[in-house]
Design a protein around this ligand. Structure first.
Ligand code: PLP
Length: 393
């Protein structure tokens, strides 16, 4: 702790090591997805560490996120993918950011921005291959392709990529096969229509390790970069990068029968010591994990009891000798027995992504390590083992 009563420490060497691991699992280029402030880890430091680990692309959802990377001085290729008619495409083009387009209306907006800025927009066309979320439908694809080709002829844009997103890479190989087939078909259609995309991309983290046929030219890795295992039931040996720490800010001994926190959803069954920690649901501790969630305090896993409040929650320390200021680890890589983001996800019936991105802005992020796994090429093969050979629980 550095004088903060809570902090999220981000291990940049772990980020770089995880990216090395991802890069080692594919012959495609690696895009590190740093949306949502790098899944809550801090987009800019994560981006730097990911690039040092072998990523060559950065992926974000919005103009705001893309421009933050550029403002920080990052010059690597960036793709931004969720836009609306209100998106400042001119700013994106001026910042040399590739833009995804999934609707002809937005293609018009990109073309207008290209004319206004005198830049040739680099566009990645998104096809919906079965997720029914973002992307042009198969029915809408011919129109999107035709308009793109028209604008290409005018010289205002170039279709650099065609891409899609997988719905079930972590669960259903059948779904992946169907989506890959639909993707290949859409690409063939675009090529027949005269487009010449050099970057085809479909895979997310899970697909990197389960579905090589989806890798094409580029894989987009998010959760694996942060060290959360992307494939259920399979340990790839990634290292969680974030540790959420706090400290005890109040200790009290209470008798049996004491109601704890709002609504007294928990009543003590014996005399016990309550330790208060200054993190609540505004900081990303899920509400309603009473009786399931645990933290590491005094070398022991201890339960959170009662309702998690906005700013604080109560740990049942039993008869443990607890003092004001004692360190508490809420989540981390698990080295010392602390819960992981995956444990929290299970307790809160969500995924680790939501746990990590939910850590509030009130919790300062501190970045440790330079994130350079290999300052010289000779060390490249050996160093990742440092992270991945560690004892895990
Ligand atoms: C978030 C996101 C990713 C990363 O997904 P992971 O499963 O976390 O690797 C990739 N592509 C798109 C379009 C995304 O929105």
């Amino acid at each position: 702790m550095t004088g903060e009563q809570a902090e999220a420490v981000v291990d940049l060497a772990a980020i770089a090591g995880n990216v090395e691991r991802i890069a080692g699992a594919t012959s495609a280029a690696v895009m590190a997805v740093v949306k949502a402030d790098g899944f809550g880890h801090g987009a800019v430091p994560v981006a730097r560490a990911a690039l040092s680990g072998g990523a060559t692309w950065l992926g974000v959802t919005s103009a705001t996120e893309a421009l933050e990377l550029r403002t920080a001085g990052l010059t690597a290729p960036v793709l931004s993918w969720l836009h609306s008619p209100a998106t400042d495409f001119a700013a994106l083009l001026a910042a040399d950011v590739d833009v995804s387009v999934a609707a002809p209306e937005l293609l018009d907006a990109v073309a207008a921005a290209a004319r206004a800025t005198g830049r040739t927009a680099r566009v990645h066309l998104k096809i919906d291959t079965g997720m029914s979320r973002h992307g042009a439908t198969a029915d809408g694809w011919p129109e999107l392709v035709a308009w793109s080709r028209k604008y290409e002829r005018e010289g205002v844009l170039r279709v650099r990529g065609v891409w899609s997103h997988l719905a079930t890479a972590d669960s259903s190989p059948y779904g992946v096969t169907a989506q890959t087939a639909a993707f290949t078909e859409a690409v063939a259609y675009a090529r027949d229509a005269g487009l010449d995309p050099e970057l085809l991309h479909l895979a997310n983290s899970a697909a990197v390790f389960t579905a090589p046929r989806t890798h094409f030219d580029l894989v987009r890795a998010g959760i694996a970069v942060y060290g959360v295992e992307p494939v259920p039931g399979r340990a790839i040996g990634l290292r969680p990068a974030l540790t959420l720490r706090t400290q005890v800010i109040m200790v009290k001994r209470v008798p049996a029968g004491t109601g704890v926190s709002y609504q007294h959803t928990h009543v003590t069954s014996r005399p016990t010591t309550l330790a208060l920690i200054p993190l609540g649901f505004a900081d990303g501790i899920p509400r309603g994990v009473d009786g399931r969630a645990q933290v590491l305090l005094g070398g022991r896993r201890l339960p959170i009891i009662g309702r998690v409040a906005m700013d604080q929650c109560v740990v049942d320390a039993g008869d443990l000798d607890v003092h004001l200021g004692d360190p508490v680890t809420v989540l981390g890589p698990g080295d010392d027995g602390e819960p992981t983001a995956a444990d929290w996800a299970a307790w809160a019936a969500t995924n680790p992504h939501e746990i990590l991105t939910g850590i509030g802005t009130r919790v300062p992020r501190r970045h440790e390590g330079k994130g350079t796994v290999a300052s010289d090429a000779g060390a490249r093969g050996a160093l990742p083992l440092l992270h991945h050979g560690r004892k895990r629980r």
